[in-house]
Ligand binder design. Structure first.
Ligand SMILES: Cc1cc2nc3c(=O)[nH]c(=O)nc-3n(C[C@H](O)[C@H](O)[C@H](O)COP(=O)(O)OP(=O)(O)OC[C@H]3O[C@@H](n4cnc5c(N)ncnc54)[C@H](O)[C@@H]3O)c2cc1C
Ligand code: SF4
Length: 339
């Protein structure tokens, strides 16, 4: 770890001033990711700006439109166990609780979760080429051990996946991200927040340097009657997703009025294909229809030597999660699917 200065900010204006346009000045919130990146020399900082003293972004508050605002500094644990989130957005609660460990969720913040970096082994190993860590150096994963890597949306420069569970549910729920920065406030649709690697894999998302996430807004519709989050991983106790699926259904009997399906562990961002959701509109919620939707979602999927298994696994996960969403009682937050 290199030496760095440390500053506290009690509001966004102070944080923006401390960041001061220097890309080596970085925000720290829960510290569960950035501290590791610093320790392993994956990233460097001149100054860490601690935003935990922010007064305004520690609450979960109702919105006039019937939705809910998640403060950026609310911890993942406090979000998942918030009674409003548990009852109105159980898909989100369940996705958060599928991630990390209780200790990490107690420290990790909502804003930090959106900005956590990939878990590609080569990204963390500073002795290997990695375009994300060192642009232009090459990608060690494409011909290396690529079991955890992408099957959708990847590029010849990077096949890393975005590892969050929480963000898969936020994508399915059509959340929006509230941002403030030197040029004022702006709001980004969740689908526009994270980026595909293209030829700039070192840029994970569309947050500009000096900008701060202040909150995440959930629309009124929470799919609390029919939802499911399924996470498939190497160890059920504690591991990142190989494939995860967040499904929300709005049903009229067994007919689908609206479907939302987002995938995690398969791409550089949570993966949603609206054509598949449109296909399901007005259809019976059956295994066959979820299978057809899965084929649309997985169109163009490409595996590598060690992760080809993800393509059929993702298809089965989409079908299974669609069927699990029909039975809300088995989907209460904290319940683990029997695998
Ligand atoms: C062992 C381990 C296992 C894990 N397993 C999982 C898992 O299974 N699923 C999962 O989803 N996650 C998992 N995580 C990741 C964890 O959820 C993230 O590390 C955490 O959410 C990051 O939040 P933080 O507040 O600690 O962020 P920090 O580490 O403080 O910051 C992370 C990044 O976000 C930036 N940042 C933080 N807050 C803001 C803000 N408000 N505005 C702008 N930028 C900001 C920081 O500058 C930094 O770049 C795991 C982590 C560990 C260490
Ligand atoms: S997949 Fe991306 S993060 Fe991993 S080695 Fe290649 S460029 Fe780096």
């Amino acid at each position: 770890m290199n030496n760095f200065a440390y500053a506290k900010a009690t509001n966004a204006a102070q944080a923006i001033e401390q960041l001061n346009g220097n890309t080596q000045n970085k925000i720290v919130a829960g510290g569960t990711n950035i501290n590791d990146l610093l320790k392993y020399f994956v990233t460097q900082a001149d100054k860490l700006v601690d935003i935990n003293p922010f007064i305004d972004n520690h609450a979960i508050t109702p919105l006039e439109n019937g939705g809910v605002r998640l403060g950026a500094l609310v911890t993942n644990a406090d979000t998942a166990y918030n009674p409003v989130i548990e009852s109105k957005y159980p898909l989100l609660s369940k996705a958060i609780l599928a991630g990390a460990s209780a200790q990490i969720r107690n420290m990790a913040t909502n804003g930090g979760n959106l900005n956590q970096r990939t878990r590609c082994y080569y990204f963390y190993d500073v002795n290997t080429p990695c375009n994300k860590r060192e642009p232009g150096s090459g990608c060690s994963a494409i011909k290396g051990y690529n079991r955890i890597h992408a099957i959708l949306g990847q590029s010849e420069n990077c096949i890393a996946v975005f590892p969050s569970d929480m963000c898969v549910a936020l994508a399915a729920l059509n959340a929006t991200v509230n941002i403030t920065g030197p040029d004022g406030d702006r709001v980004l649709a969740f689908a526009d927040y994270h980026r595909l690697p293209g030829d700039t894999p070192h840029i994970d998302n569309n947050l500009k340097h000096g900008e701060i996430i202040t909150g995440i807004d959930l629309p009124a519709k929470g799919f609390e009657k029919n939802y499911s989050y399924l996470k498939l991983r190497d160890r059920a106790s504690y591991s990142f997703a190989l494939v995860s699926v967040a499904t929300g259904l709005d049903l009229d009997g067994t007919i689908i009025n609206e479907a939302r399906i987002a995938l995690g562990g398969v791409a550089h961002k949570p993966w949603r294909v609206t054509a598949a959701e449109d296909f399901l509109k007005g259809k019976e919620a059956t295994q066959d229809n979820f299978a057809a939707a899965a084929d649309i979602i997985l169109q163009g999927a490409q595996g590598y030597e060690y992760n080809n298994f993800k393509i059929p696994l993702a298809k089965r996960a989409i079908i299974r999660n669609g069927m699990m969403a029909l039975n809300p009682d088995s989907q209460r937050p904290g319940a683990q699917p029997s695998l």
